[in-house]
Structure formats: C-alpha cells, structure tokens
Design a protein. Structure first.
Length: 313
C-alpha cells in the first residue's frame, strides 16, 4: 500500500495533467457543443410557440386569414433566429391545428371549425414551398469552433506531455548513468590508463605525427596534443567499463577548448547518453564554423589505428 502511495505522489503532476486533458476533451467536445445545441433548440421552441399563438389568434379573430399573413410571421421569426425557419409552411399549419385541438377551453365544434379554416390556408400554400429542406447539422458554428479548438489544444497538451516525458526519461537516464560512470571510472582506472597508453603509441608510430605532450594526472588540459602537417590536434580520451558517456564529460570537453586553436577529438569506447549526444551536436553546431570537433568511438587501440588514416586525411 505504501509503495502504491509513493508511486501516486511521485506521479501526481502527471496524473493531474491527464485529468486536465480528459476534462478539456469532455467540456470542449461534448458539454459545450451539447449546451449550445440545447440552447438553439430552446430558442426554436420559443419561436415556434410564439408563432403558433400568433397564427391561432389570426384564425380565431379573422375568418379571412391568408397564407401571406402567415408567411410574414414566419419571416419575422427567421429574422429573430437569424436563419431559415426549419419547418415548412405546411408543417407549421399542422402544428397550429394540433394546438387548436389541445385547447380544451374551446368547445369541440369550435375547434373543428378553426381547424377547417387552418386547412383552407394550407391549400393556398404554393407546392414548391412544402418541399422538405435538406437536413443540416444543428450544431452551431460556435460549437464546431469549440470542438476544433479543444482538439487542437488537447493535441498540443498531449504532445507537450510526451516531450516532457522524454525529457524526464533522458534526465533520469543521465542521473543513473552518472552514478554508473563514477563507479566505472573507479573500477576501470587501470584499464583506462592502458587504453590511453595504447592510443598514445598508435599516434607516436604514425608517420608524420609529432607528439607535443601527454597529459599528466590531475592536469585539467587535454589528454594528448600532437601536430601533423601543420595541424594541431587535441585529444580527450574516455574509457568506461559499464556506463555510457555522460553529459558532464561532453561539457568538460568543450570547456577545455577555450583559448585553444586547432582540431579536437573525443575518443571513447562506449556510447553516449541521449542528452550528451544532443549537447554535443548543439555545441558542435555553435562552434562548428571556427573549430573541428569529432566523436571517435573505438573498442580498442587497434580500432583506433584503423581509423587514424581516415581521420588525418
């Protein structure tokens, strides 16, 4: 139970972000459009009730009520609704007749008489006006905008959440690797010294290379400096037994370049972490026009000797 609680606390921000995304989708895609659609329906119901009442009053008070009068009332409602009336003239009159029939305060004979007058008006409606219009979506434009905006915002939030997850994963990898790197450097110090010595021998035996110096212990400079055909090359060597090359090693490599002119090689036997790889590419792009930096991954001094000719060409 305690372990589950610790996991919950550790991932609380991610859980809250997920809840926020779910609520955004609910309110933006379902609740707001549904509310707008209901509001549109209620607006129509109110207009229809008012229209029916007006037509009933005309028929009740004037036996000569005509279709043009009814049509004028419909046009007025269209202005209020700001769209074409969703019912045909025939449908409107049918609802008026049904409303007359529901009016229990009037005698049945009177209701039949009023319904008959309504049917006479229906007969004067031009045939082409009784054709049903093609049904369109009842969701208003604002509802569609809400859906589109919510989906776009949710997509951006999910993408941002994904990027943050990758960043946290890279950071965690870097921290874990840093611990492993310290342990690996302590355990593999002797192997690292042998690896560096073999690299030095490979350079010394290459025709045309003149060794300037090899770094001494506790010196904060590069491990090796040599010249070749008027080229000055600085070499940093990193040997690890059970971890990847971390961000701090790349940062130090570029920091050591300050005040020096020439080419810079980072020779390593293991892979780089994602963060250190990205950092190398960023800094190399930043200083690429003024200096040459190379990552050289080799498993042994023999591999380095094989690559040396291509590196110096």
């Amino acid at each position: 139970m305690k372990a589950l609680w610790n996991i919950f606390v550790k991932n609380l921000s991610n859980i809250m972000s997920l809840i926020g995304i779910i609520l955004s989708i609910y309110f933006g895609v379902y609740y707001v459009p549904a509310w707008l659609e209901d509001a549109e329906k209620q607006k129509f119901y109110n207009a229809q009730a008012s229209l029916e009442q007006s037509i009933k009053e005309l028929i009740f008070s004037d036996s000569n009520c005509t279709y043009p009068e009814v049509q004028s009332l419909v046009k007025a409602k269209e202005i209020i609704l700001n769209k074409s009336y969703p019912l045909t003239a025939d449908q409107i009159m049918i609802k008026v007749e049904a409303s007359f029939m529901d009016d229990k305060f009037l005698p049945l004979e009177k209701r039949r008489q009023l319904i008959a007058e309504s049917q006479l008006i229906r007969k004067t409606i031009p045939p082409n006006l009784n054709k049903a219009e093609k049904k369109k979506s009842s969701l208003p434009l604002l509802g569609w905008l809400s859906v589109i905006f919510t989906l776009a915002a949710t997509g951006a939030a999910v993408y941002g959440y994904y990027l943050r997850y990758l960043k946290e994963k890279e950071t965690q990898e870097e921290i874990s690797n840093q611990v492993s790197q310290v342990e690996a450097e302590f355990i593999g110090q002797r192997n690292g010294y042998t690896f560096e010595s073999e690299i030095v021998k490979a350079l010394q035996n290459y025709p045309g290379i003149e060794m300037v110096w090899q770094n001494q212990p506790m010196d904060w400079g590069f491990d090796i400096e040599f010249t070749y055909k008027q080229r000055t090359i600085f070499v940093e060597i990193k040997y690890l037994t059970s971890s990847k090359v971390g961000l701090s090693s790349i940062q130090k490599f570029f920091h050591k370049q300050k005040g020096r002119q020439g080419e810079f090689w980072f020779v390593h036997n293991s892979e780089l972490t994602k963060m250190s790889q990205n950092r190398f590419e960023e800094l190399n792009e930043l200083f690429g026009s003024s200096r040459s930096c190379k990552l050289i991954q080799v498993g042994s001094a023999a591999d380095f000797r094989e690559k040396l000719k291509a590196l110096l060409s």
